[in-house]
Design a protein around this ligand. Structure first.
Ligand SMILES: [Zn+2]
Length: 411
Protein backbone atom coordinates (compact mmCIF):
# COMPACT_ATOMS: atom_id res chain seq x y z
CA UNK A 1 0.00 0.00 0.00
CA UNK A 2 2.64 2.42 1.11
CA UNK A 3 4.93 1.60 -1.84
CA UNK A 4 2.07 2.21 -4.28
CA UNK A 5 1.42 5.58 -2.71
CA UNK A 6 5.10 6.48 -2.90
CA UNK A 7 5.23 5.35 -6.50
CA UNK A 8 2.20 7.50 -7.34
CA UNK A 9 3.86 10.47 -5.66
CA UNK A 10 7.05 9.94 -7.67
CA UNK A 11 5.07 9.66 -10.91
CA UNK A 12 3.17 12.79 -9.92
CA UNK A 13 6.40 14.71 -9.38
CA UNK A 14 7.71 13.51 -12.73
CA UNK A 15 4.54 14.56 -14.50
CA UNK A 16 4.48 18.08 -13.11
CA UNK A 17 8.20 18.78 -13.03
CA UNK A 18 9.29 17.03 -16.22
CA UNK A 19 10.16 18.72 -19.46
CA UNK A 20 6.63 19.33 -20.44
CA UNK A 21 3.63 21.56 -20.75
CA UNK A 22 0.87 21.61 -18.17
CA UNK A 23 -2.51 21.61 -19.83
CA UNK A 24 -4.30 21.83 -16.49
CA UNK A 25 -2.41 25.03 -15.72
CA UNK A 26 -3.41 26.35 -19.17
CA UNK A 27 -7.07 25.52 -18.50
CA UNK A 28 -6.91 27.25 -15.13
CA UNK A 29 -5.36 30.41 -16.62
CA UNK A 30 -7.70 30.63 -19.62
CA UNK A 31 -10.80 30.03 -17.51
CA UNK A 32 -9.79 32.62 -14.94
CA UNK A 33 -8.81 35.28 -17.47
CA UNK A 34 -12.02 34.66 -19.42
CA UNK A 35 -14.23 34.82 -16.33
CA UNK A 36 -16.64 37.69 -15.62
CA UNK A 37 -14.27 38.98 -12.92
CA UNK A 38 -12.13 40.49 -15.68
CA UNK A 39 -15.01 42.10 -17.63
CA UNK A 40 -13.58 40.93 -20.97
CA UNK A 41 -10.18 42.54 -20.26
CA UNK A 42 -11.04 45.88 -21.84
CA UNK A 43 -11.20 49.42 -20.50
CA UNK A 44 -14.68 49.08 -18.92
CA UNK A 45 -14.23 48.59 -15.14
CA UNK A 46 -10.47 48.50 -15.78
CA UNK A 47 -10.75 44.87 -16.82
CA UNK A 48 -7.44 45.13 -18.65
CA UNK A 49 -5.57 46.38 -15.58
CA UNK A 50 -7.12 43.63 -13.44
CA UNK A 51 -5.85 41.10 -15.99
CA UNK A 52 -2.40 42.75 -16.10
CA UNK A 53 -2.13 42.42 -12.31
CA UNK A 54 -3.24 38.79 -12.49
CA UNK A 55 -0.52 38.03 -15.06
CA UNK A 56 2.11 39.89 -13.02
CA UNK A 57 1.08 37.84 -9.98
CA UNK A 58 1.32 34.63 -12.02
CA UNK A 59 4.89 35.49 -13.08
CA UNK A 60 5.73 36.27 -9.47
CA UNK A 61 4.33 32.96 -8.26
CA UNK A 62 6.49 31.20 -10.85
CA UNK A 63 9.55 33.08 -9.57
CA UNK A 64 10.09 34.64 -12.97
CA UNK A 65 11.74 38.09 -12.72
CA UNK A 66 10.29 41.40 -13.90
CA UNK A 67 12.16 43.39 -16.56
CA UNK A 68 13.13 46.56 -14.73
CA UNK A 69 11.51 47.49 -11.41
CA UNK A 70 8.00 46.25 -12.16
CA UNK A 71 6.23 43.58 -14.20
CA UNK A 72 3.91 46.32 -15.46
CA UNK A 73 5.05 48.67 -18.23
CA UNK A 74 2.38 51.38 -18.41
CA UNK A 75 1.37 53.52 -21.40
CA UNK A 76 -1.70 55.45 -22.55
CA UNK A 77 -4.25 55.01 -25.31
CA UNK A 78 -7.38 56.80 -26.55
CA UNK A 79 -10.47 54.61 -26.33
CA UNK A 80 -14.24 54.95 -26.66
CA UNK A 81 -16.19 52.69 -24.29
CA UNK A 82 -19.79 51.62 -23.61
CA UNK A 83 -19.96 50.99 -19.86
CA UNK A 84 -23.63 51.91 -19.30
CA UNK A 85 -27.00 50.75 -20.57
CA UNK A 86 -27.26 50.25 -24.31
CA UNK A 87 -30.43 49.69 -26.31
CA UNK A 88 -31.42 49.22 -29.93
CA UNK A 89 -35.10 48.73 -30.74
CA UNK A 90 -36.09 48.12 -34.35
CA UNK A 91 -39.76 49.08 -34.71
CA UNK A 92 -41.03 47.51 -31.48
CA UNK A 93 -38.46 44.72 -31.16
CA UNK A 94 -35.65 45.10 -28.61
CA UNK A 95 -32.46 43.50 -29.94
CA UNK A 96 -29.75 41.81 -27.90
CA UNK A 97 -26.29 43.41 -27.95
CA UNK A 98 -23.47 41.08 -28.94
CA UNK A 99 -25.73 38.59 -30.71
CA UNK A 100 -28.32 40.61 -32.71
CA UNK A 101 -26.12 43.66 -33.20
CA UNK A 102 -22.73 45.22 -32.54
CA UNK A 103 -22.45 48.91 -31.70
CA UNK A 104 -19.98 50.90 -33.81
CA UNK A 105 -16.80 51.43 -31.77
CA UNK A 106 -16.65 55.16 -32.54
CA UNK A 107 -20.31 55.90 -31.75
CA UNK A 108 -21.04 58.92 -29.54
CA UNK A 109 -23.85 59.02 -26.96
CA UNK A 110 -27.36 59.29 -28.39
CA UNK A 111 -30.93 58.88 -27.18
CA UNK A 112 -33.76 59.11 -29.68
CA UNK A 113 -36.18 57.62 -32.15
CA UNK A 114 -35.33 57.88 -35.85
CA UNK A 115 -36.91 57.07 -39.17
CA UNK A 116 -35.03 54.47 -41.26
CA UNK A 117 -34.12 54.98 -44.92
CA UNK A 118 -33.14 51.75 -46.70
CA UNK A 119 -30.48 52.23 -49.37
CA UNK A 120 -28.30 50.10 -51.60
CA UNK A 121 -24.74 50.92 -52.64
CA UNK A 122 -25.70 52.04 -56.17
CA UNK A 123 -27.56 54.96 -54.56
CA UNK A 124 -24.26 56.28 -53.20
CA UNK A 125 -23.78 57.85 -56.64
CA UNK A 126 -26.27 60.60 -55.74
CA UNK A 127 -25.33 61.40 -52.16
CA UNK A 128 -26.01 65.13 -52.64
CA UNK A 129 -29.66 64.61 -53.57
CA UNK A 130 -30.16 61.97 -50.87
CA UNK A 131 -28.55 64.05 -48.12
CA UNK A 132 -31.52 66.42 -47.89
CA UNK A 133 -33.85 63.46 -47.42
CA UNK A 134 -31.64 61.91 -44.71
CA UNK A 135 -31.42 64.85 -42.30
CA UNK A 136 -32.28 63.55 -38.84
CA UNK A 137 -32.76 60.00 -40.17
CA UNK A 138 -30.82 56.75 -40.11
CA UNK A 139 -29.44 55.16 -43.29
CA UNK A 140 -29.56 51.37 -43.60
CA UNK A 141 -26.87 50.05 -45.95
CA UNK A 142 -25.04 46.79 -46.70
CA UNK A 143 -21.86 46.40 -44.59
CA UNK A 144 -19.65 47.00 -47.61
CA UNK A 145 -20.74 50.68 -47.55
CA UNK A 146 -19.03 51.25 -44.19
CA UNK A 147 -15.64 51.66 -45.88
CA UNK A 148 -17.06 53.85 -48.69
CA UNK A 149 -16.36 57.58 -48.12
CA UNK A 150 -19.53 58.55 -50.00
CA UNK A 151 -21.62 56.94 -47.25
CA UNK A 152 -20.77 59.77 -44.89
CA UNK A 153 -21.63 62.46 -47.47
CA UNK A 154 -25.21 61.44 -46.76
CA UNK A 155 -24.87 63.26 -43.42
CA UNK A 156 -27.33 60.88 -41.81
CA UNK A 157 -27.97 61.05 -38.07
CA UNK A 158 -26.76 57.47 -37.85
CA UNK A 159 -25.98 54.38 -39.93
CA UNK A 160 -26.95 50.75 -39.65
CA UNK A 161 -24.76 48.39 -41.66
CA UNK A 162 -26.23 44.99 -42.43
CA UNK A 163 -24.81 41.52 -43.08
CA UNK A 164 -26.37 38.23 -44.07
CA UNK A 165 -24.32 36.31 -41.46
CA UNK A 166 -21.32 36.39 -39.09
CA UNK A 167 -21.44 39.51 -37.00
CA UNK A 168 -18.39 40.28 -34.96
CA UNK A 169 -17.28 43.25 -32.87
CA UNK A 170 -14.05 45.11 -33.37
CA UNK A 171 -12.50 48.12 -31.64
CA UNK A 172 -10.04 49.45 -34.22
CA UNK A 173 -12.60 52.22 -34.89
CA UNK A 174 -12.91 53.06 -31.17
CA UNK A 175 -9.84 55.27 -30.80
CA UNK A 176 -11.93 58.29 -31.71
CA UNK A 177 -15.62 59.28 -31.74
CA UNK A 178 -17.61 60.17 -34.86
CA UNK A 179 -20.30 62.77 -35.51
CA UNK A 180 -22.80 59.96 -36.16
CA UNK A 181 -23.71 56.72 -34.37
CA UNK A 182 -23.60 53.36 -36.12
CA UNK A 183 -24.44 49.70 -35.64
CA UNK A 184 -23.96 46.39 -37.41
CA UNK A 185 -26.86 43.96 -37.57
CA UNK A 186 -28.34 41.14 -39.67
CA UNK A 187 -30.32 41.91 -42.85
CA UNK A 188 -33.12 39.70 -41.61
CA UNK A 189 -33.66 41.77 -38.43
CA UNK A 190 -34.14 45.10 -40.16
CA UNK A 191 -35.17 44.50 -43.79
CA UNK A 192 -38.76 45.81 -43.50
CA UNK A 193 -38.39 48.06 -40.48
CA UNK A 194 -39.52 51.71 -40.45
CA UNK A 195 -38.11 53.15 -37.23
CA UNK A 196 -35.33 52.66 -34.75
CA UNK A 197 -35.07 53.55 -31.07
CA UNK A 198 -31.48 54.10 -29.99
CA UNK A 199 -29.84 54.63 -26.64
CA UNK A 200 -26.06 54.74 -26.41
CA UNK A 201 -24.06 56.02 -23.44
CA UNK A 202 -20.48 56.20 -24.56
CA UNK A 203 -17.53 57.34 -22.48
CA UNK A 204 -14.42 58.48 -24.34
CA UNK A 205 -10.99 58.50 -22.69
CA UNK A 206 -8.33 60.56 -24.39
CA UNK A 207 -5.54 59.23 -22.15
CA UNK A 208 -6.56 55.87 -20.77
CA UNK A 209 -3.82 54.19 -18.73
CA UNK A 210 -3.12 50.56 -19.50
CA UNK A 211 0.02 48.39 -19.25
CA UNK A 212 2.03 45.63 -20.87
CA UNK A 213 3.32 42.88 -18.56
CA UNK A 214 6.89 41.63 -18.99
CA UNK A 215 9.07 39.02 -17.36
CA UNK A 216 12.34 37.23 -18.03
CA UNK A 217 14.41 34.17 -17.16
CA UNK A 218 18.16 34.58 -17.56
CA UNK A 219 19.95 32.13 -19.82
CA UNK A 220 22.68 29.89 -18.41
CA UNK A 221 25.17 30.37 -21.28
CA UNK A 222 23.78 33.14 -23.54
CA UNK A 223 22.53 35.76 -21.09
CA UNK A 224 22.57 38.51 -23.68
CA UNK A 225 20.65 36.72 -26.41
CA UNK A 226 16.88 36.35 -26.18
CA UNK A 227 14.00 34.21 -27.27
CA UNK A 228 10.84 36.27 -26.89
CA UNK A 229 7.30 34.92 -26.51
CA UNK A 230 4.50 37.43 -26.90
CA UNK A 231 0.69 37.35 -26.62
CA UNK A 232 -1.90 40.06 -26.16
CA UNK A 233 -3.90 39.62 -22.98
CA UNK A 234 -6.54 42.30 -23.63
CA UNK A 235 -9.87 41.63 -25.31
CA UNK A 236 -12.90 43.70 -26.30
CA UNK A 237 -14.29 44.29 -22.81
CA UNK A 238 -17.98 45.16 -22.47
CA UNK A 239 -20.68 46.34 -24.88
CA UNK A 240 -23.14 48.04 -22.54
CA UNK A 241 -23.56 47.14 -18.88
CA UNK A 242 -24.55 43.50 -19.45
CA UNK A 243 -22.68 42.03 -22.40
CA UNK A 244 -19.15 40.77 -21.79
CA UNK A 245 -16.80 39.67 -24.55
CA UNK A 246 -14.82 37.10 -22.55
CA UNK A 247 -12.09 36.38 -25.09
CA UNK A 248 -11.21 32.82 -24.04
CA UNK A 249 -9.55 31.86 -27.31
CA UNK A 250 -8.75 35.50 -28.18
CA UNK A 251 -6.43 35.70 -26.40
CA UNK A 252 -6.52 34.11 -22.95
CA UNK A 253 -5.15 31.08 -24.83
CA UNK A 254 -1.98 32.80 -26.05
CA UNK A 255 -1.49 34.44 -22.65
CA UNK A 256 -1.75 31.01 -21.01
CA UNK A 257 0.84 29.67 -23.48
CA UNK A 258 3.45 32.25 -22.48
CA UNK A 259 2.71 31.63 -18.80
CA UNK A 260 3.01 27.87 -19.33
CA UNK A 261 6.36 28.42 -21.09
CA UNK A 262 7.50 30.67 -18.21
CA UNK A 263 6.43 27.95 -15.76
CA UNK A 264 8.44 25.36 -17.69
CA UNK A 265 11.65 27.41 -17.93
CA UNK A 266 11.40 28.49 -14.30
CA UNK A 267 11.97 24.91 -13.12
CA UNK A 268 15.59 24.23 -12.12
CA UNK A 269 15.89 21.22 -14.47
CA UNK A 270 14.72 23.28 -17.47
CA UNK A 271 16.99 26.32 -17.12
CA UNK A 272 17.37 27.63 -20.68
CA UNK A 273 20.71 28.32 -22.38
CA UNK A 274 19.37 31.53 -23.89
CA UNK A 275 17.51 34.18 -21.93
CA UNK A 276 13.75 33.89 -22.26
CA UNK A 277 11.50 36.95 -22.36
CA UNK A 278 7.72 36.94 -21.96
CA UNK A 279 5.63 39.91 -23.09
CA UNK A 280 1.87 40.10 -22.48
CA UNK A 281 0.53 43.05 -24.45
CA UNK A 282 -2.40 45.37 -23.77
CA UNK A 283 -4.54 47.24 -26.33
CA UNK A 284 -4.13 44.84 -29.26
CA UNK A 285 -7.83 44.91 -30.07
CA UNK A 286 -8.01 48.67 -30.55
CA UNK A 287 -4.97 48.79 -32.86
CA UNK A 288 -1.91 46.77 -31.69
CA UNK A 289 -0.93 49.62 -29.35
CA UNK A 290 0.76 47.53 -26.64
CA UNK A 291 3.19 45.89 -29.03
CA UNK A 292 3.81 49.16 -30.88
CA UNK A 293 4.69 50.81 -27.57
CA UNK A 294 6.97 47.92 -26.61
CA UNK A 295 8.76 47.94 -29.97
CA UNK A 296 9.24 51.72 -29.75
CA UNK A 297 10.34 51.58 -26.10
CA UNK A 298 11.95 48.15 -25.91
CA UNK A 299 12.91 46.85 -22.45
CA UNK A 300 15.67 44.77 -24.09
CA UNK A 301 17.98 45.43 -27.04
CA UNK A 302 15.94 44.44 -30.11
CA UNK A 303 19.09 43.48 -32.02
CA UNK A 304 19.77 40.77 -29.38
CA UNK A 305 16.50 38.95 -30.05
CA UNK A 306 17.34 35.58 -31.59
CA UNK A 307 13.71 34.87 -32.41
CA UNK A 308 10.26 36.13 -31.42
CA UNK A 309 7.07 34.04 -31.39
CA UNK A 310 3.73 35.80 -31.14
CA UNK A 311 0.84 33.56 -30.05
CA UNK A 312 -2.68 34.77 -30.74
CA UNK A 313 -5.64 32.37 -30.61
CA UNK A 314 -4.08 28.96 -29.95
CA UNK A 315 -7.05 27.11 -28.42
CA UNK A 316 -7.78 24.85 -31.40
CA UNK A 317 -5.45 22.94 -33.77
CA UNK A 318 -7.49 20.12 -35.32
CA UNK A 319 -6.67 21.56 -38.77
CA UNK A 320 -3.07 22.48 -37.97
CA UNK A 321 -1.43 25.86 -37.51
CA UNK A 322 -0.98 29.07 -39.48
CA UNK A 323 2.28 31.01 -39.42
CA UNK A 324 2.17 34.69 -40.38
CA UNK A 325 5.48 36.20 -41.55
CA UNK A 326 6.96 32.68 -42.01
CA UNK A 327 7.79 33.32 -45.67
CA UNK A 328 10.16 36.06 -44.55
CA UNK A 329 11.88 33.65 -42.13
CA UNK A 330 12.78 30.65 -44.32
CA UNK A 331 15.30 29.15 -41.87
CA UNK A 332 12.78 29.18 -39.02
CA UNK A 333 9.99 28.04 -41.31
CA UNK A 334 11.92 24.96 -42.46
CA UNK A 335 13.11 24.07 -38.93
CA UNK A 336 9.48 24.14 -37.74
CA UNK A 337 8.53 21.85 -40.63
CA UNK A 338 11.38 19.44 -39.80
CA UNK A 339 10.39 19.29 -36.12
CA UNK A 340 6.78 18.75 -37.15
CA UNK A 341 7.65 15.91 -39.50
CA UNK A 342 9.83 14.18 -36.91
CA UNK A 343 7.07 14.30 -34.32
CA UNK A 344 3.82 14.34 -36.31
CA UNK A 345 2.47 17.26 -34.32
CA UNK A 346 0.20 18.95 -36.88
CA UNK A 347 -1.64 17.65 -39.93
CA UNK A 348 -1.00 20.88 -41.79
CA UNK A 349 1.23 23.95 -41.49
CA UNK A 350 0.39 27.01 -43.56
CA UNK A 351 3.09 29.63 -44.01
CA UNK A 352 2.02 33.16 -44.81
CA UNK A 353 3.78 36.38 -45.74
CA UNK A 354 4.02 39.63 -43.82
CA UNK A 355 0.79 40.96 -42.31
CA UNK A 356 0.11 43.47 -39.56
CA UNK A 357 -2.70 41.38 -38.12
CA UNK A 358 -1.20 40.83 -34.66
CA UNK A 359 1.58 41.86 -32.26
CA UNK A 360 4.56 40.40 -34.12
CA UNK A 361 4.20 43.21 -36.69
CA UNK A 362 5.79 46.13 -34.84
CA UNK A 363 8.83 43.95 -34.08
CA UNK A 364 9.12 42.43 -37.56
CA UNK A 365 9.06 45.93 -39.02
CA UNK A 366 12.07 46.77 -36.86
CA UNK A 367 13.99 43.80 -38.23
CA UNK A 368 13.35 41.37 -35.37
CA UNK A 369 13.04 37.80 -36.70
CA UNK A 370 9.45 36.94 -35.82
CA UNK A 371 6.60 34.55 -36.60
CA UNK A 372 3.00 34.78 -35.43
CA UNK A 373 1.49 31.34 -34.82
CA UNK A 374 -2.24 30.64 -34.48
CA UNK A 375 -4.00 27.29 -34.40
CA UNK A 376 -6.60 26.31 -37.00
CA UNK A 377 -9.81 24.35 -36.57
CA UNK A 378 -13.54 24.77 -36.07
CA UNK A 379 -13.49 23.80 -32.39
CA UNK A 380 -13.21 27.50 -31.39
CA UNK A 381 -15.51 29.20 -33.91
CA UNK A 382 -16.78 32.22 -31.96
CA UNK A 383 -14.47 34.98 -33.18
CA UNK A 384 -15.12 38.36 -31.50
CA UNK A 385 -18.52 37.45 -30.06
CA UNK A 386 -19.60 36.96 -26.42
CA UNK A 387 -19.60 33.20 -27.10
CA UNK A 388 -15.78 33.01 -27.10
CA UNK A 389 -15.86 31.73 -23.51
CA UNK A 390 -15.80 28.64 -21.31
CA UNK A 391 -13.37 25.76 -21.31
CA UNK A 392 -11.24 25.75 -24.46
CA UNK A 393 -10.50 22.64 -26.49
CA UNK A 394 -6.70 23.22 -26.36
CA UNK A 395 -6.61 20.47 -28.98
CA UNK A 396 -2.91 20.84 -29.86
CA UNK A 397 -1.65 22.52 -26.71
CA UNK A 398 1.02 19.90 -25.96
CA UNK A 399 2.21 19.78 -29.58
CA UNK A 400 2.53 23.55 -29.97
CA UNK A 401 4.31 23.82 -26.62
CA UNK A 402 6.80 21.07 -27.53
CA UNK A 403 7.39 22.60 -30.96
CA UNK A 404 8.32 25.95 -29.39
CA UNK A 405 10.63 24.36 -26.81
CA UNK A 406 12.39 22.24 -29.41
CA UNK A 407 12.75 25.22 -31.75
CA UNK A 408 14.69 27.17 -29.10
CA UNK A 409 17.06 24.21 -28.68
CA UNK A 410 17.81 23.83 -32.38
CA UNK A 411 17.48 27.19 -34.14
ZN1 LIG B 1 -9.10 39.80 -31.35
Amino acid sequence: MRTTLLLLLIIGVFCTNGKSQDKNYAHKVTQELASKEFFGRGAVNNGDILAARYIAMAFKQLNVSPIGKSYLHPFEISINTFPDSLSLKIDETELTPGSDYMVGGGSPSVDGRFELVHLDTTQLQNTKELAAELTGKVAVLPAIAEKDKRTYELNAEGYIFTRAKKLYWRLSDAVTTRSYFYFHTYDSLISNAKEVDVKINSVFYKDYKTANVMATIEGTTHRDSFYVFTAHYDHLGMMGDETIFYGANDNASGTAMILDLARHYSLPENKPEYSMVFMAFAAEESGLFGSKYAAENPPIDLSKIKFLFNLDMVGSGSEGIGMVNAKLEPKADSLIRVINEENNYFTDIRSGGASCNSDHCAFAEKGVPAIFIFTRGEEQPHYHTPLDKGKLALTKWDELFQLLIEFTERY
